[in-house]
Design a protein around this ligand. Structure first.
Ligand code: ZN
Ligand code: ZN
Ligand code: ZN
Length: 473
């Protein structure tokens, strides 16, 4: 048996190998596999010396053509958004029914819990990483139009129906098979996929495979009060551990004789996360706007302290000795850094909004008849009738797309895109071998403002538009 000292040295070496950049060839292979699994065959991830990775067209795209539908690798719905939208915990599709969505929202609103986007009182004290959330200032804490709780309950539990909701069918929510009563799914396949990818370790129900459900609950409570990046991190680590166990089981089955080292399996399991990041260490986290530059040192120490505290909780909850390296502070810092640099907003439009727009568009007679019933609900919801599902997610391919202020593609959800996947559409004709670019910021802003925003991503933009603007400025 290895001595404690050896263990430590091994872990140190393992951490170093997890943090070493992936060899170009392995990275290429990983992205090629990912692209073929997404069935988006017109693109390729390539490396170029200056910008690292980039996505290139391998065939021609016409304006408005679909370039990529990228699946979420690790994603979360904002905790404050959970009271506003009931969605599948895996694919983020709305579930239940229009009645249930409205009833549930009004129920929480009557209880004073409705989040209204990011800055509600719904548990997320968001002094956190969300930089570009507009906080719906007109959040109606005044319940000027609140409906009787009995009406709200009967809407929520399906006793009361609203007109024309049959045009907006939603899948019935399935409860988590682990028994946590916190996760819901649109289908058995989503429940299964989530269980396998991370939820079996993160479930607080009786079938949980975590080390301690109590510690898990404590970690989640701690993270919700602090910073959502920690919840995301929990999922990312659980995802890697489960991937490791799966790879190990496959190897035991297939080639019991040929031993593959634990370390190389962990490296393989870690690949999706390691292929994601562009820069290392917490030093790269952009300083939030509300932190004075002179307080930068204190800010970074604060993040480190937060990471230390949550790491201790995380160990109690899901520690796995074979994946010990994942529970080091260095790895922790790197995953946070990756989150800050790569994660994108997860947005799914609400069918409730579509429903009310549909009612509004009905021919006059029908509209009057329907509105007699729907109007009180719309009034009670106020502006929040259109709240969408909001979260943060890591999309492994989209995150390889570089920025341009005159991008040739954009993220755009079409009518049929009803889940959390990222959808990239061509803005104009893109020829073969051309790099596919998206804009990370509002490209209409003046040159100086654009450059300031892009500094947060750690680069100076030298796109044609910036080159031209810089000579004029
Ligand atoms: Zn689903
Ligand atoms: Zn569960
Ligand atoms: Zn530019």
């Amino acid at each position: 048996m290895a001595s404690l000292r050896d263990m430590n040295d091994n872990t140190v070496a393992e951490v170093a190998s997890l943090l070493a950049p992936l060899p170009t060839l392995q990275l290429q292979e990983y992205f090629n596999q990912l692209i073929s699994s997404r069935r988006c065959n017109g693109i390729q991830v390539k490396h170029n010396g200056t910008f690292g990775k980039g996505v290139y067209a391998t065939s021609e795209f016409q304006e408005d053509e679909l370039i990529l539908k990228d699946e979420i690798l690790v994603g979360i719905q904002h905790s404050s958004n959970k009271v506003d939208c009931l969605v599948c915990s895996f694919c983020f599709r709305f579930v239940g029914s229009i009645e249930k969505q409205i009833g549930r929202k009004l129920y929480f609103k009557n209880m004073g819990l409705s989040g209204s986007g990011c800055c509600g009182g719904g548990g997320d004290s968001s002094e956190s990483e969300e930089e570009n959330n507009e906080c719906g200032g007109a959040s109606s804490s005044s319940n000027h139009n609140s409906l009787p709780q009995g009406v709200v309950s009967s809407l929520m539990n399906g006793e009361m129906g609203l007109p024309h909701t049959d045009k907006f069918p939603l899948p019935s929510p399935l409860s988590c098979p682990g028994g946590c009563q916190e996760a819901f799914y649109c289908s058995g396949s989503c429940a299964e996929a989530d269980w396998e990818s991370s939820h079996s370790l993160l479930c607080t129900g009786e079938k949980s495979e975590s080390v301690s459900r109590e510690a898990l609950g404590e970690f989640i409570k701690h993270s919700n009060g602090k910073d959502q990046v920690l919840c995301w991190l929990l999922i990312a680590i659980a995802f890697t551990i489960l991937r490791y166990r799966k790879l190990k089981a496959e190897h035991v089955n297939e080639q019991a004789k040929q031993s593959v080292s634990q370390q190389s399996l962990l490296l393989e399991a870690w690949k999706p996360v390691s292929a994601g990041y562009k820069r290392r260490w917490w030093d790269c986290i952009a300083l939030p706007d509300d932190v004075d530059p002179s307080d930068e040192g204190a800010f970074r120490t604060q993040i480190k302290d937060l990471a230390c505290t949550s790491l201790e909780l995380l160990k109690k909850a899901i520690f796995d000795i074979e994946c010990e390296a994942l529970f080091s502070l260095e790895i922790y810092g790197n995953i946070i850094g990756m989150f800050e640099l790569n994660n994108l907003d997860l947005v799914v439009a609400s069918p409730v909004e579509d429903y009310f727009l549909y009612i509004d568009d009905l021919p006059d007679a029908e509209k009057d008849e329907a509105e007699e019933i729907t109007r009180p609900f719309l009034d009670a919801l106020g502006d929040e009738y259109s709240d969408c599902c909001q979260g943060t997610a890591f999309f492994p391919l989209q995150s390889c797309m570089n920025h341009s202020c005159c991008a040739n593609a954009k993220a755009f959800k079409r009518e049929e895109d009803r889940d959390g996947q990222a959808v990239i559409i061509a803005l104009r004709r893109i020829s073969k071998n051309e790099e596919v670019t998206i804009s990370y910021i509002d490209e209409e802003l003046p040159y100086k403002e654009r450059q300031a925003l892009l500094a947060d991503y750690g680069f100076t933009c030298k796109c044609p538009k910036c080159l031209e603007d810089s000579t004029v400025a």
